[in-house]
Every structure is written in structure tokens, then in C-alpha cells.
Write a protein that binds this ligand. Structure first.
Ligand SMILES: [Zn+2]
Ligand SMILES: [Zn+2]
Length: 280
């Protein structure tokens, strides 16, 4: 038996239950998890914002393979391999999104941890062998507890930076970076602004670009004010990334959309809702 942390019906409470260790199907491997992160998306899932979920949430897991399904080629993966278990557990592999490098996060058939498959708030989980994320076995420099949150929040923010189009010397605003001034500056930020400051948008634009506006903004907070601020700090031909996962409260945001701005979101079903909202 394994112990897991399941969502209690109709509430945010979690409880520890004993459930059978899952049996890997022929195309799956069984992972024994050592750690899992807790993401804001888990809270959104638990709250029912994203529709039906599995009982076991969690998508920032790290562990090792302990068993292979009968059809898994042991020359490709083996027991003991260190594995990361993230939000996308499998994708169709054949749609236009999947055929784009890195585009499987837009696949409408994707299977997500905690949403379509039991997640990582457990001691064991199964993962399709074709979508395994094998991690370097360098635990001294990359301990499990540091790798786990990178599997979702880390790679999400990194991908936004990678694709934002900013070139060296241009400014990128991370709206809702969290952690406070000291943490942000220690993490490499060159300037910090308190979102509660009355003229925060003008402060950002004036301090960074003499009032012109930044090249891109990455909105990591799920609030209407953060979404609007993320747009308002932009210059022309800029990019806006809606990375803070949560449905926008209908009453708290009236987005004024600059015509020269490109937009992108982190997960297709949710991003589609934002796009529809923006059209109305
Ligand atoms: Zn996440
Ligand atoms: Zn696909």
C-alpha cells in the first residue's frame, strides 16, 4: 500500500489515505516519488476552477523508476533512473501543436497530472514511457527539492523569457514576481516596484525606459490588476505573457488592449478562455 494526499470532496482540505500502489500498464513506468512541489494550479484545481480533477493532485514530482511496464524497452529506460513528473504527462503527438517543437503544451488531447491522471501528492505514480522526463543524477548540485518546483513554475517562467523576443539590453517586467524586494533583487532583478504604489505603471516605464515602456511583460499573478499592469507597462510592438494561471474574475478587469501588442498564455484550455474574454 502507498500513502497519498487526496483532495477532500468539496473543500480545500487534504487528507492522507492509503491506496494501492498503481500497476504500470504495458507502456508505462512506475515511479517512486521522493518529493513534490505544490503549485498555484493545484489550488485552482482543488477549488474547481478547472473542472473535474483526479483525487490525487500534484505535478512537480521527482523520483526514481522502480518498475517497467511489460512493453517498455529496458534499453531506453531502466529501474533507478531519476525522473521528473510534471504537468503534461502525455500528448497526442500528431496534432499541429505537437508537431511544433515545444508545442505540446497547446495540445488539446494532453493528459495532465492531477487533472486526467493521478498526480504527485503520493508515494508512487505511473508515467507513459514515451513522455518520460529523465533528470541528471547529480543530486549534490541538483537536489530533488530544488528540481521539483522548476518542473512547473521554473520552466514556465523560463519559456516566457526564452520566447519574449527581448534582446540584450531590453527590459522585461515580471508582474507578480513575489518574494519581496530583497528576494527579487537577489534573484537578479535590476529594479523592483511595489505593485501597491499608486503610480506603479509610470514608475516602471520611467525608471526602465524613460517612459517608453518595456519589451515584454510576464504576468505571473492571477489577478486582474496584474494583467492590466502587465499591459500598461509595455512599449510598442511588445509581448504580453499571461502566465499567472487562474480564471480572470469577470468584474475585476477591463483590459485595454494596445493594438501593437502580441499575447501568449501558458496552457491552452485556460488561455482560450482568456482569448475569448479579450474578444468581448
Ligand atoms: Zn504548476
Ligand atoms: Zn497534440
Amino acid at each position: 500500500m502507498e500513502r497519498d494526499c487526496r483532495r477532500s470532496e468539496g473543500s480545500f482540505n487534504f487528507e492522507i489515505r492509503s491506496v494501492p500502489i498503481p500497476e504500470p500498464k504495458p507502456w508505462e513506468v512506475l515511479i517512486k516519488l521522493t518529493v513534490t512541489g505544490v503549485c498555484g494550479t493545484d489550488v485552482s484545481l482543488a477549488a474547481g476552477y478547472v473542472g473535474p480533477t483526479c483525487d490525487i493532485l500534484g505535478h512537480e514530482g521527482v523520483g526514481h523508476i522502480v518498475a517497467l511496464g511489460s512493453g517498455v524497452d529496458p534499453s531506453i529506460v531502466k529501474a533507478g533512473d531519476r525522473i521528473g513528473v510534471s504537468w503534461v504527462r502525455d500528448a497526442c503527438g500528431s496534432c499541429p501543436c505537437c508537431r511544433e517543437p515545444g508545442g505540446e503544451t497547446r495540445c488539446l488531447e494532453q493528459l495532465n497530472s492531477g487533472r486526467k491522471l493521478d498526480g504527485t501528492f503520493a508515494e508512487y505514480c505511473v508515467v507513459p514511457a514515451r513522455y518520460l522526463l529523465t533528470l541528471p543524477d547529480d543530486k549534490a548540485n541538483l537536489p530533488d527539492e530544488l528540481v521539483a518546483p522548476v518542473l512547473c513554475g521554473g520552466v514556465t517562467a523560463y519559456k516566457a523569457l526564452k520566447t519574449c523576443g527581448a534582446t540584450p539590453g531590453e527590459w522585461v517586467a515580471v508582474v507578480g514576481a513575489g518574494g519581496g524586494e530583497e528576494f527579487c533583487l537577489l534573484s537578479g532583478a535590476e529594479a523592483y516596484f511595489d505593485a501597491l504604489e499608486p503610480d506603479v505603471v509610470a514608475s516602471v516605464k520611467n525608471t526602465t525606459t524613460g517612459g517608453v515602456g518595456v519589451r515584454a511583460s510576464i504576468v505571473t499573478a492571477g489577478s486582474g490588476k496584474a494583467y492590466q499592469n502587465g499591459l500598461d507597462v509595455l512599449g510598442s510592438l511588445a509581448r504580453w505573457f499571461a502566465w499567472g494561471y487562474r480564471p480572470l474574475p469577470r468584474s475585476s478587469v477591463s483590459i485595454l488592449w494596445p493594438s501593437s501588442t502580441e499575447a501568449s498564455g501558458s496552457w491552452e484550455p485556460w488561455w482560450g478562455r482568456v482569448r475569448r474574454r479579450l474578444r468581448h
